[in-house]
Write a protein that binds this ligand. Structure first.
Ligand code: ADP
Ligand code: MG
Length: 328
């Protein structure tokens, strides 16, 4: 087993990590390697086991089976070290609503044993990075949800953690606040070289923000890799508009080695269109060449890159088909 002193380039490693609640298997044989320095997305629908996984990694819950290491510490024996060295933003942000932003941060900075000059400096830098410096004297109770969440993020960064756990950091925010928070989070994390393990049920967020993504459903891993790798491992679809697409020609397209399937359908304006599904890692050049050389006229070629959302939905459907389950 390749595990791990934390010096091996992985901030988090799990091997067959599992957790049951009675008869509910919330996390199932989860094996993950989270490279240090990455923003790692843990993606899954509600109830998939994301929060349970974070609680296992922080040593707040005992695993039912398997093993996990965080920053080189085993979760069963090293939870205190893990919680000292990792920053955390869970569903409840732990801020004191009757205190100002500055009072909150000063308090948490003292707990983190930052010296006075360092504390002031760090608080100013982080509040500035989050566009909250002007609101430092405001009480948390007067903050919008978005501002409060940013302040909670500042708190998580305060002690210069090597690793940050963020549980659905943008959930409940309106779109502009979510976009701002994401942007500032990524900038800060890159600046400070922090590994971020963030959960989300928002596919767009995972695709935009994360270097790597793990997709889970019902506690089990469905797919893992960079967003590009998750795309690249699957077929892509190309729409070719033009004229003179005979049935014979479409048949020849379909027999090309990189083509999974080809069908003709009228485009929205009524002109013919061929939809070609390509095998993973290939492209449509040979298809276009065959069409042109055979006397068809090609007006446009559009590659419909699958979004992570399509892939996510497909994975979930495939999994359901495999296990013979009904969709909810
Ligand atoms: N403390 C608990 N007691 C019993 N069941 C739980 C508990 N925590 C989570 N679960 C169950 O475990 C599953 C995963 O939950 P959770 O990790 O919160 O999912 P997510 O964060 O992905 O929405 C769900 O079926 C949930 O009901
Ligand atoms: Mg959750």
């Amino acid at each position: 087993m390749p595990v791990t002193s934390g010096g091996n380039g992985f901030a988090i490693q799990t091997r067959d990590l599992s957790r049951d609640f009675g008869s509910v298997r919330a996390v199932q044989d989860l094996t993950l390697d989270v490279p240090a320095g990455t923003i790692y997305g843990f993606l899954g629908p509600n109830g998939a086991g994301k929060t349970t996984t974070i609680r296992l990694l922080l040593g707040l819950l005992e695993p039912s089976g398997g093993e996990a290491w965080v920053l080189g510490h085993e979760v069963r024996t090293g939870s205190q070290e893990i919680r000292e060295q990792a920053g955390v933003l869970l569903e409840s942000d732990g801020l004191y609503t009757r205190l100002t932003a500055l009072q909150n941060l000063d308090y948490f900075g003292r707990i983190a044993r930052l010296s006075e000059p360092d504390r002031s400096r760090r608080i100013q830098d982080l509040l500035t990075a989050m566009d909250l410096w002007d609101r430092r004297e405001g009480r948390v109770s007067d903050f919008s949800k978005g501002m409060r969440q940013k302040l909670a993020l500042v708190r998580a960064f305060l002690s210069r953690p090597k690793l940050l756990f963020l549980d659905e950091p943008t959930s409940g925010l309106d779109t502009p606040s979510a976009v701002a928070l994401r942007r500032q989070l990524v900038a800060l994390a890159r600046d400070e070289g922090v590994t971020v393990f963030l959960t989300t049920h928002n596919l767009l967020e995972a695709e935009k923000v994360c270097d790597r993504v793990a997709v889970i459903r019902k506690g089990a891993l469905l797919a893992e890799g960079s967003p590009q790798e998750i795309h690249g491992g699957r077929s892509s679809r190309v729409a070719i508009d033009g004229e003179r697409f005979s049935a014979e020609l479409v048949g020849r397209v379909e027999r090309l080695p990189m083509v999974e399937s080809a069908v003709v359908e009228p485009a929205t304006d009524g002109s013919p269109r061929i939809l070609v599904d390509l095998k993973p890692g290939t492209d449509a050049r040979a298809v276009v060449r065959l069409l042109v050389e055979s006397g068809a006229e090609v007006a446009s070629v559009e590659t419909a890159r699958e979004s992570l959302e399509d892939i996510f939905l497909k994975l979930v459907e495939e999994e359901e088909a495999d296990t013979g389950e009904e969709s909810p």
